[in-house]
Design a protein around this ligand. Structure first.
Ligand code: PLP
Ligand code: COI
Length: 340
C-alpha cells in the first residue's frame, strides 16, 4: 500500500523510509551486504570520515511510469561515477554490478514510498560511502561503509519550473587538478558558505567560475549548466573540474538524436552570456531548472524568456527527457531499468 503522503506538496527534503542497504568493507573485502531498518550509524570519534572527509556519494531517482512500473534512470552510470570517485579518494570501489543490484533491492523494499505517476514527485536514491575506522595520521581508512537510502522528493528549487535567479560566486568550488570532476563530499563542504551567502542575498544558486582565470563558466553547487544559443543549438561548458552530470550527458544525446539539434561542448566565457537565449541547470535533483537571470557583482543579465516561465527550447528538452524517464517516450537501449 502506498504511503499516505501529499506527494504533490513534497519539497526536496529527507523523509525516513523503511529500508536501506548496507555493506561493510574490512580486511580488504566487501561483505555480502544486507537491507536493514537501522538508519543510524555508530562509529569511533576517530573515524577517518569525521576528520579527513573521506566520503563520497551519488544521487539518482526511481520513477513510476505512465503504465505503473517502477523504473530507475541509468543507474549503471552512477555506479561507474562512484567507482571513479572512490579511486580518486583512495577508497575501495564498490563493484558496479553490485551497486546496480543494491539500488534495485532498496527501491523494491521501499516501493510504497515511490511517488505515483503524475504527482511531480519521485523517489530520490542516495548511495554513499565513507572511511569508518580510526585514523589519526593523514592517510586513507582501512574500513569503509557503503550505504543506500531513499527519500521521496519534489522539486529541488522552490517554485518548480519557475526561472530562478543565480549569482556569480566570489568563492571557488574546485581547484584545477582537484576533485571537481568526482562526487566527493568535500566539494559540497566547500560550497556551504557560498550557498548560505547566496541565499541570504536572494539567489537560488551560485555559478562558479574556473578558479585559475575566473573568466569561464564552470557549474553551480548542485547542477551542470546548459545554454541555448538558438532553437537549433545548445552550448555546454566544458572543463576538467566539473562533475560529469548524467542528466547533462543524457540531454546532449536527446538534443542530438531526438530533437535534431547541434550541441557544442566548449569553454564558455562569462563575457559571452548575453549571446544565449535560454539557460538551464541540469542534474538528478534539478532535472532541468530554468535560470531567469544571472547577477555578476550587481550587473544583472536576464535571459529573453524572463522570470515567468521556462523558454521553448528548454521546455522541449525537459518534456523529452522526463517523457523518457516516465515511460511516455521510447528510451534509448539500456537507459531504463525496471524494478521488479
Ligand atoms: N554538478 C554537481 C555539482 C552535482 O552535485 C550534480 C548532482 O549530482 C550534478 C552536477 C548533476 O549530475 P547528475 O545529472 O549526474 O545528477
Ligand atoms: C543530485 O542531483 O543528485 C545531487 O547530488 C545534487 C545535490 C545538490 C542534491
Amino acid at each position: 500500500m502506498k504511503k499516505e503522503i501529499e506527494w504533490g506538496k513534497l519539497g526536496f527534503g529527507y523523509i525516513k523510509t523503511d529500508k536501506r542497504y548496507v555493506s561493510n568493507y574490512s580486511n580488504g573485502a566487501w561483505d555480502n551486504g544486507t537491507l536493514t531498518d537501522d538508519d543510524k550509524i555508530t562509529m569511533s570519534e576517530d573515524a577517518c570520515v569525521l576528520h579527513y572527509s573521506q566520503s563520497c556519494f551519488e544521487g539518482l531517482k526511481a520513477y513510476t511510469t505512465e503504465d505503473g512500473k517502477i523504473v530507475c534512470f541509468r543507474p549503471d552510470l552512477n555506479a561507474a561515477r562512484m567507482h571513479d570517485t572512490a579511486l580518486r579518494l583512495e577508497m575501495p570501489p564498490f563493484p558496479k554490478d553490485r551497486f546496480v543490484d543494491a539500488v534495485k533491492q532498496v527501491v523494491k523494499a521501499n516501493e510504497d514510498w515511490v511517488p505515483p505517476y503524475g504527482t511531480g514527485a519521485t523517489l530520490y536514491i542516495r548511495p554513499l560511502m565513507f572511511g569508518i575506522n580510526e585514523v589519526i595520521g593523514v592517510k586513507p581508512a582501512d574500513d569503509y561503509q557503503f550505504r543506500i537510502f531513499t527519500t521521496p522528493v519534489g522539486p529541488y528549487f522552490k517554485g518548480g519550473a519557475k526561472p530562478i535567479k543565480v549569482k556569480v560566486s566570489d568563492f571557488d568550488r574546485a581547484a584545477p587538478h582537484g576533485t571537481g570532476n568526482v562526487k566527493a563530499g568535500l566539494n559540497y563542504a566547500m560550497s556551504l558558505h557560498a550557498i548560505v551567502t547566496a541565499h541570504k542575498e536572494g539567489f537560488a544558486e551560485n555559478i562558479y567560475l574556473d578558479p585559475a582565470t575566473r573568466t569561464k563558466i564552470e557549474e553551480t553547487g548542485g547542477a551542470n549548466i546548459i545554454f541555448v544559443e538558438n532553437d537549433k543549438k545548445l552550448v555546454i561548458p566544458k572543463s576538467d573540474s566539473i562533475l560529469p552530470s548524467i542528466t547533462r550527458r543524457s540531454i546532449v544525446y536527446v538534443a542530438q538524436n531526438y530533437l535534431g539539434m547541434e550541441v557544442e561542448e566548449r569553454e564558455v566565457l562569462l563575457a559571452e552570456i548575453d549571446n544565449f537565449k535560454e539557460c538551464g541547470l541540469c542534474g538528478t535533483a534539478a532535472v532541468i531548472s530554468p535560470v531567469g537571470s544571472v547577477n555578476d557583482h550587481g550587473k544583472e543579465f536576464t535571459f529573453s524568456n524572463g522570470m515567468e516561465k521556462m523558454g521553448p527550447v528548454l521546455t522541449k528538452l525537459y518534456e523529452t527527457l522526463t517523457g523518457i524517464q516516465m515511460g511516455r517516450i521510447e528510451a534509448p537501449e539500456g537507459w531504463i531499468v525496471e524494478i521488479k
